[in-house]
Design a protein around this ligand. Structure first.
Ligand code: SF4
Length: 268
């Protein structure tokens, strides 16, 4: 049996690799990731168009590519159907679905209700932290690298991403963003040219797809991420997975929720 490659990089090394890969096509960046990290790299995707392009490209290089998705418990029904469609279209992929810790969700909704996110930004960030950020941290444990579908033109907070970077928010593993310099048009061109399946909500006016209660279609001329948490103003269109969000308020609430979980007897 082949030994798993175990490669660790420091900031300087990954900076040099990032410069080398910056003008390379996404397929070359993905090949580098697969060859460098073997089974220790996975695509993390919510099956939006960017993730689907990476999945399709990776599948052409490695049929048993690892794919991880997150079921927050609040996804649109269409996403579940689409996950099954992806599984049928790409037989052999190793798809795992990760979930939030049910005790943390119970503590969250017990304290603030099921639709707390509409009340204020702090509660929305708290929900994203419990249902998204913490499960993703767990899912990435043990990996050396992950592929994401981030693009620089998606939102101001993503404008400076590199194709390869050290992810200090997730233990210093390598974060690979093969589509960093692609435009939305290039992504759609690839989808159509290669017959890649895409999430059905795109045909109903959605341009960014997340949890059902927090995502709606956008109006013509609106930014692509305008349909996410559309009721908020002056808040980042981010959930905290890809950039740490610090408000002071929600961290306090997170500590309270986790404190309750720690005190409660385990009923598993
Ligand atoms: S997107 Fe909405 S429902 Fe999903 S985790 Fe964030 S606040 Fe909760």
């Amino acid at each position: 049996m082949a030994l798993e490659p175990r490669v660790l990089f420091d900031d300087l090394e990954i900076g040099e690799i990032a410069i080398e890969l910056d003008d390379k096509e996404p397929q070359e960046v993905i090949r580098w990731g697969l060859e460098t990290f073997g089974d220790q790299v996975a695509l993390m995707t919510s099956f939006q168009i960017d993730g689907m392009v990476i999945l399709d490209m990776a599948y052409r290089l490695r049929r048993d590519v690892r794919v991880i998705t997150l079921d927050t418990g609040r996804l649109p029904e269409e996403t579940y159907a689409f996950i099954e469609q992806v599984r049928r279209t790409y037989p052999g992929i190793r798809l795992s679905v990760c979930f939030p810790d049910f005790r943390e969700v119970e503590a969250l909704v017990g304290k603030y209700g099921v639709n707390l996110f509409y009340e204020d930004v702090t509660k929305r960030l708290l929900c994203c932290h419990v249902r998204k950020v913490r499960p993703i941290v767990r899912a990435l444990e043990g990996l050396q690298a992950w592929f994401t579908g981030l693009r620089r033109d998606q939102w101001a907070s993503r404008a400076a991403i590199r194709k390869v970077e050290l992810d200090h928010d997730h233990g210093g593993i390598v974060k690979i963003n093969p589509l960093a310099d692609w435009s939305k048009e290039e992504v759609w061109d690839y989808i159509h040219a290669h017959g890649v399946p895409y999430h059905p909500l795109y045909d109903r006016g959605y341009t960014s797809i997340g949890c059902a209660p927090c995502t709606r279609p956008v109006a013509p001329g609106e930014e692509d991420r305008a349909g996410r948490w559309w009721w908020e103003s002056n808040a980042p269109k981010e959930c905290g997975i890809h950039c740490p969000i610090e408000t002071g308020g929600f961290e306090h609430e997170v500590a309270a929720i986790l404190g309750e979980v720690a005190k409660a007897p385990y009923r598993g």
